[in-house]
Design a protein around this ligand. Structure first.
Ligand code: TYD
Length: 221
């Protein structure tokens, strides 16, 4: 497989705060950059918010300021996404690379859409405008209940939660339900993994998803 002979593969990884996304993405990065990787070239690993210099500033502002007006918040995430897609994601896909992003548009719909202040359809439309319609080929959901996720966050990090992490279980459970509903509505794009299991079990499920999708991509004409 050559990296430049076809359009790249775009995969997003989603999940609530405390689903274990950071741990799993670290394992994925080691595997896909190491000798056991099914890829010839390491993938591009990136994240939202924060995959660019602008994104890092947006991340700092959004996660650590006290209150941001909901419309301003939605536009800032969409602005970060527009710049991220234009400068990192799309160029890499055009070079034929595999791009793995820690969160994408579904996070905006799940998080900004779960407070009841904004319409999920508006949020989706703003993001689609921002990205000129770019959607992931595959979205992996690390699915976990709000209560299990909170227990993990507290065990892992003690007191230091950011503004969003500190929102209550009801909010985090609605975020989860939005992800699950979107996964059920678009099964060709989503792969749902039960993230309440051990790190090893979740990672072996994740490896299976990535191996299968990379093989399918490699066979595309
Ligand atoms: P994450 O990267 O999972 O956090 P951390 O690295 O601190 O564990 O996510 C950052 C937070 O940003 C998370 O609480 C969800 C939120 N978020 C939104 O609310 N909307 C969005 O569009 C995105 C991309 C993230």
């Amino acid at each position: 497989m050559t990296a430049s002979s076809r359009h790249g593969l775009f995969i997003s990884v989603e999940g609530g705060d405390g689903a274990g996304k950071t741990t799993q993405l670290g394992l994925l990065r080691d595997w896909l950059s190491g000798p056991g990787s099914p890829l010839r070239y390491p993938p591009v690993f990136t994240r939202e918010p924060g995959g660019t210099q602008l994104g890092a500033a947006v991340r700092e502002t959004l996660l650590h300021s006290e209150h941001v007006d909901p419309r301003a918040e939605a536009l800032l995430y969409a602005g970060d996404r527009a710049h991220h897609v234009a400068t990192v994601v799309r160029p890499a896909l055009e070079r034929g690379e595999v791009v793995i992003t820690d969160r994408y548009l579904d996070s905006s719909i799940a998080y900004q859409g779960s407070r009841g202040e904004l319409s999920p359809t508006d949020i989706e439309e703003i993001s689609l405008w921002a990205t000129q319609g770019l959607m992931p080929d595959i979205t992996v959901l690390l699915d976990i209940s709000a209560a299990d996720a909170r227990a993990r966050r507290l065990a892992g990090r003690g007191e230091t939660e950011d503004r969003i992490e500190a929102a209550g279980d009801d909010f985090h459970e609605s975020v989860r339900q939005v992800f699950r509903e979107r996964a059920a509505a678009e099964p060709h794009r989503w792969r749902v993994i039960d993230a309440s299991r051990s790190v090893e079990e979740v990672f072996s499920a994740l490896k299976l998803v990535f191996t299968t999708e990379i093989e399918k991509w490699a066979e595309r004409p």
